[in-house]
Write a protein that binds this ligand. Structure first.
Ligand code: NAI
Length: 482
């Protein structure tokens, strides 16, 4: 079986060499096609951070094993790591955090074992990176959460949880505040939960999760989150088990999957052969299991656990009174421990059963669309207008423009109503949201465009958003205080 390998930047080549050396010593039947991605590819002028040959290879082979990569700062280019996850629709990011005997943490010292799987939606949310400056003072990020995207991701979560005989699957969210975006994610979670009656499905507000993870991490099993919240919570979980150096990461898609360490390129220690290869190795073991090399993964993981139990360590962790191994020596120590079992949590070995990777290139883009159940109507429009004037003055001017079809119902600023009623204690920035609701039965797009044209005689209209309604359900939020 052939996979694509990108060595990465900084410590990437060193830890990748160590991991592939361990695979070779175990005679894992994989061959590698190296691809060009990362900093030097950006530096050569490829704005995506990968060559077209690299893209073609990864799309042909379906599996990418990658080292950490640096995104040049301030050059207007997007992170290669995020681009890779999004372009190939690796919609589920899976990270497993478990206590490792030999890696001391406050929890291991207290005898509290941790094994938490964090599943993070990997495509949507603020990671869409759809950002605009409306004025010099006001930046906006569009946080898109889609029903089919959530369903695709959450179906994977439930499927994975039921296969690994999880007892509890928890959805973390902020649906109490972000009622439409996180609310949609939560609705999808419970919709799919109905198909898995054997799993205990529950939900928790993400800030409460942060506190409970620190107090009682052993209570959690599988946690599903949206992209940004998942990013933050997974680093919190890494901290619970000893840091990013012990956290593996898989980006799973229906066709292409990417396996990588969660830490970065560690430029401060690059080229010194002292980096810890454990995170990349654990990610590689997730990849071996994904491909069906169960026995190889178990042998290597047990050897790693045994090595850690023996107190062998690289410089970034472990007992400072015993000398640290360098990257190569640490890999050799693991290889010399093949066949040994750790005293705590040995991994059961199943026979290898390699999957067949059947990569069929799609002929067109796959459209993710859910069937529409409720009648869609437009109830009005929010216009985002620039003004430094007082709300009363802005309201007076806007009142001259609704025409026959609309009523001006409210002005809000930074999400808080300031007209017709409000509090003088509210501070305003120079973008108002003027809500125009429809008067009659139906409005057409042309009515909205005519309204924008009229309002534009007094203000710069920076942006607009239709007020959608599906059946009786409003597809828009109310301003605070409305
Ligand atoms: P970092 O994870 O590279 O380093 C943070 C600290 O952890 C440093 O002190 C480093 O020496 C240490 N460290 C990290 N990995 C280690 C290892 N395997 N062994 C021993 N010590 C280790 O984070 P930082 O400094 O914020 O980012 C550096 C670069 O990495 C940036 O260009 C960033 O964009 C990139 N990055 C790439 C990621 C990826 O490829 N998935 C993820 C995160 C950052």
């Amino acid at each position: 079986m052939k996979i694509a390998v990108a060595k990465g930047d900084g410590i990437g080549p060193e830890i990748m060499a160590a991991v592939l050396h361990i695979f070779e010593a175990q005679k894992v039947p994989l061959t590698y096609e190296y691809v060009d991605m990362g900093k030097w590819v950006f530096d050569k002028g490829f704005s995506t951070g990968m060559t077209s040959e690299a893209q073609a290879t990864i799309e042909r082979l379906g599996i990418l094993f990658k080292g950490p990569m640096e995104t040049p700062k301030g050059k207007g280019v997007k992170s290669i790591n995020v681009t890779a996850r999004k372009v190939w629709n690796t919609y589920a990011n899976k990270r497993v955090f478990q206590s490792l005997h030999g890696v001391d943490t406050v929890f291991s010292k207290a005898g509290i074992p941790i094994r938490i799987t964090v599943l993070r939606e990997n495509i949507e949310d603020t990671y869409g990176g759809i950002e605009h400056m409306l004025t010099q003072d006001v930046a906006v990020s569009r946080r898109m959460i889609t029903r089919p995207g959530c369903m695709q991701f959450l179906r994977y979560c439930f499927d994975m949880a039921s296969k690994q005989q999880t007892k509890r699957i928890t959805c973390a969210h902020k649906a109490n505040i972000m009622k439409l975006t996180d609310g949609l994610f939560l609705d999808c979670f419970y919709e799919i939960a109905k198909e898995y009656p054997d799993l205990k499905a529950d939900d928790i507000i993400v800030d409460d999760l942060a506190m409970k993870l620190v107090i009682k991490p052993q209570d959690f099993d599988v946690i599903c989150l949206t992209n940004l919240q998942g990013d933050i919570m997974s680093d919190l979980c890494a901290g619970l088990v000893g840091g990013l150096g012990f956290a593996p990461s898989a980006n799973i898609g229906d066709v292409i999957s990417i396996f990588e360490a969660v830490h970065g390129t560690a430029p401060d220690i690059a080229g010194k052969n002292i980096a810890n290869p454990t995170s990349l190795l654990l990610s590689g073991l997730m990849m071996l299991r994904h491909l069906g090399f169960w026995e190889d993964a178990a042998t290597i993981e047990n050897a790693l656990l045994y090595t850690l139990e023996q107190g062998q360590h690289t410089g970034d962790f472990g007992d400072k009174s015993t000398p640290a191994l360098n990257t190569t020596q640490f890999a050799e120590a693991i290889i010399s421990n093949f066949g040994k079992q750790p005293t705590q949590n040995p991994v059961p070995s199943l026979p290898n059963n390699p999957i067949t990777l059947n990569i069929v290139a799609p002929k067109e883009f796959h459209m993710l669309v859910s069937p529409l159940h409720d009648k869609e109507t437009v109830a009005g429009v929010d216009l985002f207008i620039e003004s430094e004037a007082q709300p009363g003055e802005v309201g007076e001017k806007c009142l001259q423009h609704p025409g026959e079809k609309f009523t001006l119902t409210t002005l809000s600023n930074r999400g808080t109503q300031v007209w017709p009623k409000g509090s003088l204690f509210t501070n305003c920035a120079n973008v108002y949201t003027a809500r125009f609701e429809k008067k009659g039965d139906k409005i057409r797009m042309q009515d909205v465009l005519d309204l924008i044209q009229r309002v534009s005689t007094d203000f710069k209209v920076c942006s607009y958003e239709l007020l959608e309604q599906f059946g009786e359900t409003k597809g828009y939020s109310l301003a605070q205080g409305q």
